[in-house]
Write a protein of this length. Sequence first.
Length: 54
Amino acid sequence: MQTVSKRILVTGGAGFLGSHLCERLLARGHDILCVDNYFTGRKDNIAHLLREPH
């Protein structure tokens, strides 16, 4: 079964839950746009995702 790649917006993507969601979506081949104001999120949570080719 082939999955369709989607473009997905993740708000709060630098937080604990959002960063893990971004990892999972990237692993499944989706394009993501991560938006966060860093109020409680941390850039360290998503730094490794910035090196992804997507």
